[in-house]
Design a protein around this ligand. Structure first.
Ligand code: SF4
Length: 225
């Protein structure tokens, strides 16, 4: 299948959620400015998704081949044991919002703008999940992301980019020499069918991570090694 680009996502920023995230009470002097920024961001934001329906090929102990491209990860390989089709993806808040966000110097406002960009990215993530459910019947899915676990290092962004084609031309996302994605509010990974719950966080022992989505699961770690 050819690469698919979703670039017509009508983003809606949930203002109540934004206020909660920023802990802004009604009497906070920043509130009006932040709400105005959210309104601006909503007009400017063009979040984008690029993905491909891909076929799982050969597997070794610590690798799996997808659309002819090798990915080195024991955990990915085990997760794809009985899977024939997967969806490699990149999702971004978009260069439009990134450029807009660079004008702010105030520390707190920059933090608020960063939170707004994160919410736009999350909105695009949800749209992607719903798109796969609607168009491909992928109701129960899980993601793995290069760089989130030592088993699948950040250098594996490179084969992911190779698989998806000219990502920069199609959605404006660059991969720099340190394998970081630009704009920063961009995520990449592979989405695959999974009946049971799987989150990278279940295999990650990092303590006090503010982004943790599931508790660390030692038994699951043993299963993958
Ligand atoms: S716990 Fe935090 S660092 Fe570890 S995988 Fe989850 S989000 Fe990433």
């Amino acid at each position: 299948m050819d690469t698919v680009v979703l670039d017509n996502i009508q983003c809606e920023i949930d203002l109540t959620k934004l206020q909660e995230k920023l802990r802004l009470r009604e009497d906070n002097s920043y509130l009006a400015e932040v709400l105005e920024l959210a309104a601006q961001a909503q007009l400017i934001a063009r979040p984008k998704v690029i993905f491909k329906r891909s076929l799982v090929g050969a597997k070794g102990d610590n690798y799996v081949v997808i659309d002819g491209i090798r990915f080195n990860s024991r955990i990915l390989r085990v997760n794809l044991e009985d899977t024939a089709m997967v969806f490699p993806f990149i999702i971004t808040c978009g260069t439009e919002l990134e450029i807009w966000s660079k004008q702010f110097d105030d520390f707190f406002i920059s933090y608020c703008v960063d939170t707004i960009k994160e919410m736009v990215l999350n909105y695009a993530r949800q749209e992607f999940v719903m798109y796969l459910e609607r168009e491909f019947g992928l109701v129960h899915g899980a993601n793995m992301n290069p760089g989130s676990l030592p088993d699948w290092p950040i250098t594996e962004q490179k084969p992911l980019f190779d698989l998806l084609g000219n990502v920069e031309e199609l959605i404006g996302v660059q991969l720099n020499d340190s394998f970081l994605l630009l704009p920063v509010k961009t995520v990449s990974g592979i989405r695959f069918p999974k009946d049971s719950t799987f989150e990278n966080c279940q295999l990650c022992p990092r303590e006090n991570c503010p982004n943790r989505k599931a508790p660390y699961n030692e038994e699951m770690c043993r299963h993958f090694h």
